[in-house]
Design a binder for this molecule. Structure first.
Ligand code: UD1
Length: 434
């Protein structure tokens, strides 16, 4: 298994570029199921979850092309033939977002067999809300042998009110609704930019969707969709991670190719903690830490609140801030697995239920630490960048699921990181979050 050897202490200086959003690319790739035509997606990040989704679509009979060289961030998917509308456990277990194919498969093929997502590192993560919505649209769903089987001759438009805000749930049902007969009104929807990204692609494919990116989405079902070409938005979580990298190392970093409007809560919190942040333009942000960082509390919320996917990284920063920071995790239970590793590096953190109390600044020293999930791994790398000595961060395959060339990008702005092991060697990670 690959590991990083990181020598801390260097301020990060220079320009670092953000890749396309993994969490937009995943539903957009699933959306290709909805048409017989080609869908071409640009700004696709080269990360393992994308590889997994390509394998998933290909295993159903889709033609999936990924360009090489200069054009390797572009992929064309053609689902003319869906010979086998089954999402097999062997593929689904490595990526929970595989449940995103459920809605589009029923809408397109009238039948879907999707393995239930496997054990998960950050809490139960059920998909009951996906199922409830599809049933309301007329699907009959049964569960047997670890698989969900869904059937519907015709999905009907419906009035759907989410009991709880769910990002992939909103996306899954949106993809079902675009080909349903009649109108669908979706309320209490996730407002994440990734939902809006997906809706923009679907509209480019001929769907009639209004309100994506707000809590209420209206869909007028159409008979069929056609192909489209679409450019995925930048990854706001990767951008936020780099902002913290700049602040925690007291560097001077320009985070380029990002979308500043998607980062409001993160920018505001870093400013509150004493980092100097200048939005240089719509796609470029400069971060500096010229003075001592001080404690600031966070509470994770659905967008536009502080993202749960930035909680672990923020906690690494909080270890270096003067005072007591309270970190409240409201979205997922059990999303504090990075804490024990940070503590092994010298952090002073106490967890009580969904609240972590971080006392800083703590002197971090190198240790051998282990990644438990995607964002936890980013948190450990950030801590290692300021730790004394050489930190070994093990199991970086978690990181490879969602960050494109993470260490290369950081090395480019002055970090000392070495990867040991084989990049993308076959391995069997469990289903994890992020
Ligand atoms: C997505 C993101 C993930 C992010 C999360 C929250 C993708 C591929 N992943 O995950 O990076 O951390 O949003 O911003 O986009 N829930 C239910 N029943 C359901 C669905 C969800 O109870 O049917 C609960 C979950 O257990 C969780 C909460 O709702 O407590 C939010 O989960 P959800 O928004 O669905 O997360 P994902 O879409 O899986």
């Amino acid at each position: 298994m690959d590991k990083f050897v990181i020598r801390g202490g260097n301020p990060l200086v220079g320009t670092i570029r953000v890749s396309g959003a993994k969490n937009s690319a995943l539903p957009c790739m699933a959306a290709a199921i909805l048409t017989e035509d080609e869908v071409t997606l640009e700004n696709i990040p080269q990360v393992r979850d994308i590889e997994t989704e390509r394998r998933l679509l290909a295993s159903m009979g889709a033609e999936v092309e990924l360009r090489e060289g200069e054009l390797r961030d572009r992929t064309t998917i053609c689902c003319r033939t869906l010979s086998d509308p089954v999402a097999r456990y062997e593929i689904v277990k490595t990526m929970r977002a595989s449940s995103l194919v459920l809605g589009p498969l029923i809408a397109r093929a009238g039948v879907a067999r999707v393995a239930m997502p496997g054990g998960c590192a950050i809490g139960g993560r059920p998909i009951d809300l996906h199922i409830k919505g599809l049933e309301k649209m007329g699907a009959v769903i049964t569960q047997e042998h670890g698989y969900l089987e869904a059937r519907a001759e015709h999905l009907r438009g419906a009035h759907l009110v989410f009991d709880k805000i769910t990002v992939t749930g909103t996306e899954d049902l949106l993809m079902a609704a675009v080909l349903a007969e009649g109108d669908t009104l979706m309320e209490n929807c996730a407002r994440e930019p990734e939902v809006a990204d997906l809706a923009a692609l679907l509209n480019a494919m001929g769907a009639e969707i209004e309100g994506a990116g707000t809590a209420t989405i209206r869909v007028h079902g159409v008979a069929s969709l056609h192909g489209a070409r679409y450019r995925i938005n930048p990854d706001r979580i990767e951008a936020g991670t780099f902002l913290i990298a700049g602040a925690i190392t007291a560097g001077d970093l320009i985070v380029a190719n990002c979308n500043a409007t998607h980062l409001g809560a993160v920018i505001a919190k870093l400013q509150e903690a004493g980092a100097r942040i200048d939005v240089l333009g719509p796609d470029s942000i400069r971060v500096r830490a010229t003075a001592e960082l001080h404690a600031a509390d966070i509470s994770t919320e659905e967008y536009p609140g502080f993202p749960t996917d930035m909680q672990a990284q923020y906690m690494a920063l909080a270890t270096q801030a003067k005072g007591v920071s309270l970190v409240r995790e409201n979205i997922f239970e059990n999303r504090f697995m990075h804490v024990q590793e940070l503590v092994r590096m010298g952090a002073n953190i106490k967890v009580d239920g969904s609240i972590a109390t971080v006392r800083g600044p703590a002197r971090l020293t190198s240790a051998a630490v282990m990644c438990s999930d995607l964002r936890a791994s980013a948190s450990l790398v950030l801590a290692a960048l300021v730790a004394e000595g050489e930190t070994i961060v093990d199991r970086v395959y978690h990181m490879d699921r969602g960050y494109e060339r993470f260490e290369e990008k950081l090395i480019g702005v002055g970090a000392q990181i070495q990867r040991l092991g084989n990049v993308f060697a076959p391995r069997e990670p469990v289903a994890v979050a992020g």
